[in-house]
Design a protein around this ligand. Structure first.
Ligand SMILES: CC1=C(CCC(=O)O)c2cc3nc(cc4[nH]c(cc5[nH]c(cc1n2)c(C)c5CCC(=O)O)c(CCC(=O)O)c4C)C(CCC(=O)O)=C3C
Ligand SMILES: [Fe+2]
Length: 355
């Protein structure tokens, strides 16, 4: 596979604490200037302490890096892979400095967030701009992949498997991270609500592919001030409502997340499972893509696709469902956040489809 003009791949992620002493400084990094109430931070700190002060996210990224290096080797892609996080060591700015020191000139960036939102799109593009100030390396963010078969496929496969052994009448609950409704409004551009639309599209595709008879979309991990509206229903309220309507069994599909990090192991496997047990609901959570070979191959394919675009060659962009493949560059007004007016990488002056 021809990867020119890229001479590196950068894995871009959120980061997480690895020791109890890391938890508070990590939370301070995440919430700097974000207006999260103190009580919420103390509560989230407890989630991390429950797991020994160690988030699974960095180890999951190490597994993904190993799988990517194997996949590249098996497919004759000779490209170094770097890793940098927004909120914890290894930090993005250190990765950028290391690339520059190693003589890397153009790196393609794969972000571990599949959908459009300030948190998953623009904030990473701000971080990538920031990481290269004073550093001689050009960064290109690979497109959002929520509708790529390498992302939708593993969820469909895992949901089919779960439904094969689940009792008749099982309800499939798709789950993603809640965000403020104002952040959803701004996703993809003012009024476009790309975050919610993308999730509805993925949920419908997975439900259809797995033969789910009853399904819905719910949200987890609500934060912020209780006065600010966030996307609903919350998974726990939703399980209560489903139970009230007579549902006896649920299969939970965390389509908002690429791997089993803290939101999945605490908010779903611990908290939502406890709610289900209290109600007497059968509860099964299906796996996230993690280091699934199709997901890993997708990263290589996105890299090859973008490299061809940069060389000026025609490409065929794979995308499933009713939303076209997301463009390589985001519109200038994509995923704006009124609290931030930082410069970003990866945007151009155009609009995406009708709002
Ligand atoms: C859309 C979205 C994703 C999915 C896309 C993606 O994967 O990127 C995501 C992922 C993650 N979020 C994570 C952790 C946290 N997120 C927080 C806070 C927030 N997340 C938000 C949104 C998202 N977050 C928002 C709108 C806030 C409020 C503050 C703000 O407006 O920015 C807080 C502060 C405490 C709290 O407020 O809950 C923490 C600790 C971890 C690491 C997990 C681990 O350690 O294993 C991961 C992967
Ligand atoms: Fe988050």
């Amino acid at each position: 596979m021809d990867v020119r003009p890229f001479d590196a791949l950068l894995l871009v992620s959120f980061g997480g604490p690895e020791r109890p002493e890391d938890v508070v400084p990590f939370l301070e990094n995440v919430t700097a200037g974000r207006g999260i109430p103190r009580e919420r931070l103390e509560e989230v700190g407890q989630h991390y302490f429950l797991f020994g002060g160690r988030s699974p996210i960095n180890d999951l990224n190490r597994e993904l890096l190993d799988a990517l290096r194997e996949d590249f080797a098996a497919n004759g892609v000779d490209l170094p892979i770097y890793w940098g996080n927004r909120n914890w060591d290894p930090y993005l700015r250190d990765a950028a400095a290391q690339m520059a020191a190693d003589g890397v000139q153009r790196a393609a960036c794969f972000v571990t967030s599949a959908y459009s939102s300030y948190s998953g799109c623009r904030q990473y593009r701000e971080d990538l701009y920031d990481a290269t100030t004073g550093v001689q390396v050009e960064l290109s963010r690979l497109r959002h992949y929520f509708n790529h078969p390498g992302f939708v496929g593993p969820f469909t496969e895992a949901t089919s498997e779960a439904l094969a052994t689940a009792p008749a009448g099982t309800h499939v609950v798709f789950v993603t991270h809640s965000i403020p409704t104002s952040m959803n409004e701004a996703s993809g551009g003012p009024g476009r609500e790309a975050y919610q639309r993308q999730h509805e599209s993925v949920a419908a595709m997975v439900a259809d592919g797995a033969g789910a008879e009853q399904w819905s979309l719910a949200y987890c991990s609500r934060s912020g001030s209780p006065h600010m509206p966030w996307l609903e229903p919350d998974i726990n309220d939703h399980l209560r409502e489903l139970h009230r309507q007579g549902t006896e069994s649920v299969v939970v599909v965390p389509i908002g997340f690429i791997s089993d990090h803290m939101e999945v192991i605490f908010d779903l496997d611990t908290e939502a499972r406890a709610t289900a047990e209290e109600l007497g609901l059968r509860f099964e959570r299906v796996e996230t893509p993690g280091a699934h070979p199709d997901f890993v191959a997708m990263i290589r394919e996105l890299l090859g696709e973008r490299a061809a675009v940069e060389r000026g060659e025609p490409v065929e962009r794979v995308a499933l469902g009713d939303i076209p493949a997301w463009p390589d560059l985001c519109p200038t007004d994509c995923c704006l956040n009124p609290r931030s007016s930082k410069p970003t990488i990866g945007s151009a002056d155009f609009a995406i489809g009708p709002a």
